[in-house]
Design a protein around this ligand. Structure first.
Ligand SMILES: Cc1cc2nc3c(=O)[nH]c(=O)nc-3n(C[C@H](O)[C@H](O)[C@H](O)COP(=O)(O)O)c2cc1C
Ligand code: SF4
Length: 394
């Protein structure tokens, strides 16, 4: 995506220099336990795991194994509809690098890696040079692929292999990069840790990428009413919450939802990759969803049965349902059955996230399904797809 506009906060003034960073936040305190500072912070990479617990687990695993841990900052942001991490890295690289230093101190790491898109490496290298940290933090460029940021795929990439998921046993906090306990932390989580260690409040806000008439990145309070941070008016039919592993919600439900873990869970949704997309009423939600699922199916590494057999079938069925005209008998039941067969069966959660998205689309766009079955589509816009989907490269 091209660089979206932003609202300030964690994203600073737009000057990524060390001077501007120090003027805004002062130097990083050299004392204090980062694990304590992280109390109340949850991961911003998708799963929302408590950061202090993860730091303590990696620290303890490294002590038990009598080996220094590895810290990896996850900034690849493979989700095509998200731009928050790329925006953060471009605007406030020193907050992320401070967070990495704190994380390394917390877990006793001797190896620190920052993984990001190839286009960001030059800026990050400049930031490392400014603070004299070249050589202390290794930069790893990640391919623009949906799965590249999945933690076991990222471990593989850091080790120099293809960025393919490896399966979650043993977990990377026990045995990750080179078999060592590895702390994998999203770059926004790290930036928030850097503010918390300075006594600044940071755990109660989150970065979101908003898609509406325009696309932007904003810092919003957790616990806000979703309708207060995203325009959900009569021109919006549904809101995608979380991203392409997330869920569609009907517009009126989304507008009233509380933007935090519990508030979204009530509606079967989660903040995920921080994407909020307000689908205009003149688009076909089924066509948008089918395009996304086609992309997701093609992104799978095809290493496991669910991705090899299940997702392509589900994608083909959704593509059929997105076209006006009576679908083959039993196709909807087939999608439900195939979805049930893939959940929990992959080495990573890609099939689970993909079928969650599919199920929400079939639920929320049920009236459109009926219209298509009757031979017509309610969408009046034939503009290019609303949700961004990169050209598929295998
Ligand atoms: C398919 C898939 C893709 C993922 N992509 C990313 C990503 O691009 N960036 C990220 O930070 N986490 C991503 N994650 C989550 C990571 O596996 C991991 O949970 C996260 O980096 C942990 O950091 P956190 O605790 O700070 O959230 C992905 C997970 C899955 C299942
Ligand atoms: S479940 Fe799919 S994406 Fe995950 S490792 Fe297996 S083939 Fe790859």
């Amino acid at each position: 995506m091209s660089a979206p506009p932003i609202t300030r906060g964690l994203l600073g003034t737009g000057d990524p220099s060390l001077g501007a960073h120090l003027a805004a936040h002062g130097p990083l305190p050299t004392h204090g336990d980062p694990v304590l500072a992280a109390a109340g912070l949850t991961g911003r990479g998708g799963a929302g795991f408590p950061t202090a617990r993860k730091l303590a687990s990696v620290r303890d695993a490294a002590r038990a194994a009598r080996t220094p841990a590895v810290v990896v900052g996850n900034g690849g942001e493979g989700e095509p509809a998200a731009a928050k991490d790329a925006t953060l890295l471009a605007r406030s690289p020193h907050l992320v690098l401070d967070g990495l230093a704190l994380a390394a101190r917390a877990v006793g790491a001797d190896t620190v890696v920052l993984a990001a898109g190839h286009h960001q490496l030059a800026g990050l290298d400049r930031a490392l040079a400014e603070r004299g940290d070249r050589g202390r933090v290794r930069l790893v460029g990640l391919a623009d692929r949906f799965l590249a940021g999945e933690e076991t795929a990222l471990v593989a990439a850091v080790e120099g292999g293809p960025p393919l998921p490896r399966g979650k046993n043993p977990p990377v906090w026990q045995r990750g990069v080179q078999g060592r306990p590895t702390l994998m932390q999203n770059v926004e989580t790290l930036a928030r840790l850097a503010l918390l260690a300075r006594g600044e409040s940071a755990a109660g806000h989150t970065l979101v990428t908003r898609h509406g008439h325009t696309v932007d990145v904003a810092e919003v309070p957790l616990g806000a009413r979703l309708g207060d941070v995203l325009t959900v008016d009569a021109g919006v039919q549904a809101v995608l919450v979380g991203g392409y592993h997330g869920s569609w919600l009907p517009a009126h439900v989304a507008a009233g939802a509380t933007l935090d873990r519990d508030g979204l869970a009530v509606h079967g949704a989660a903040l995920g990759a921080g994407v909020l997309a307000a689908l205009p009423a003149d688009r076909c939600g089924l066509r948008e969803s089918a395009t996304v699922v086609g992309y997701l199916a093609a992104q799978s590494a095809g290493q496991c049965g669910p991705c090899l057999n299940g997702l392509p079938r589900i994608a083909a069925a959704l593509d059929r349902l997105a076209r006006p005209g009576p679908p083959p008998a039993g196709l909807l039941d087939d999608v439900a059955r195939w979805s049930g067969l893939v959940v929990g069966r992959g080495a990573c959660s890609h099939p689970d996230g993909s079928v969650r998205f599919v199920a929400s689309a079939l639920r929320v766009f049920a009236p459109e399904l009926a219209a298509h079955a009757a031979g017509w589509c309610t969408a009046s816009s034939s503009a290019r797809p609303f949700l961004p989907v990169p050209a598929v490269t295998r």
